[in-house]
Ligand binder design. Structure first.
Ligand code: DC
Length: 225
């Protein structure tokens, strides 16, 4: 049996991880959040006291990195750094910017490429990130580019933070989203862009349920379920 793969790319805050996780559940596939892997590299860089934007400081760390991915009893992906569960730590705000910076370093991308590709050898997967359809899995059975207007993404993020009881300001979040878009879209290596054969899903006007239905119908166009 050949394993199936669904590649979902798009900018920060488009709902990729929530939707990709739910899609994987519906399909019975493994969900792989590749942003979490970059975040773990960023955390390692910050803990080592190095500048995440400086290749000369980050690249020498790569050989010694002990990064593992696993799944909890609840089926949720967890990240381990030198055996420590860092799944919560990598969600801190400072890690978002640092992950965007380390992910622009070609050696970091090359270091993670084989690992990400290897996951399709043993599982059918839904993988989300920025370059899954373009670089990591160019032969994916389904490719979706999931996006939404920056303002819609900022509104969702604000709501999420407020629900967690955290103080947040719409303009700051919007600025942050625009800056990350700019970093991810303009980096020379594997920039965020829609693969030519990817199907576009714009969720600006859709709620979560409608987005999931939209995603499922795109998948059904390509995979017999
Ligand atoms: O999806 P996220 O916010 O957890 O991703 C964190 C950063 O990692 C993001 O700014 C871009 C980078 N990233 C990437 O370059 N390639 C991927 N496949 C996934 C994430």
């Amino acid at each position: 049996m050949r394993f199936k793969s669904v590649a979902i790319d798009g900018p920060a805050g488009a709902g990729k991880s929530t939707l990709a996780r739910q899609l994987a559940q519906r399909l019975g596939y493994l969900y792989v959040d590749t942003g979490a892997i970059y975040r773990t590299v960023a955390l390692a860089a910050l803990r080592a006291g190095v500048d995440p934007a400086d290749p000369a400081q980050v690249v020498p760390l790569l050989g010694g990195l002990d990064i593992q991915m696993g799944y909890g009893d609840d089926g949720v992906q967890r990240m381990y750094l030198a055996g420590e569960d860092v799944s919560g730590a990598i969600r801190e705000h400072r890690i978002s910017g640092a992950a965007s910076k380390v992910s622009a370093i070609p050696e970091v991308r090359a270091f993670l490429l084989d690992y990400q590709r290897g996951l399709t050898d043993s599982h059918s997967i839904v993988m989300d990130g920025r370059d899954i359809g373009t670089v990591v899995l160019p032969g994916a059975d389904v490719k979706v580019f999931l996006t939404a207007a920056p303002e819609a993404r900022a509104r969702r993020r604000l709501l999420e933070l407020e629900q967690r009881g955290q103080e947040a300001d719409f303009e700051t979040i919007l600025q942050d989203i625009r800056e990350r878009d700019r970093q991810d879209e303009t980096r020379p290596v594997a920039p965020l862009r829609q693969a030519e054969d990817a199907m576009l899903l714009d969720t600006t006007q859709l709620n979560l349920e409608q987005s999931l239905e939209g995603l499922l119908s795109l998948v059904k166009e390509k995979i017999a379920l």
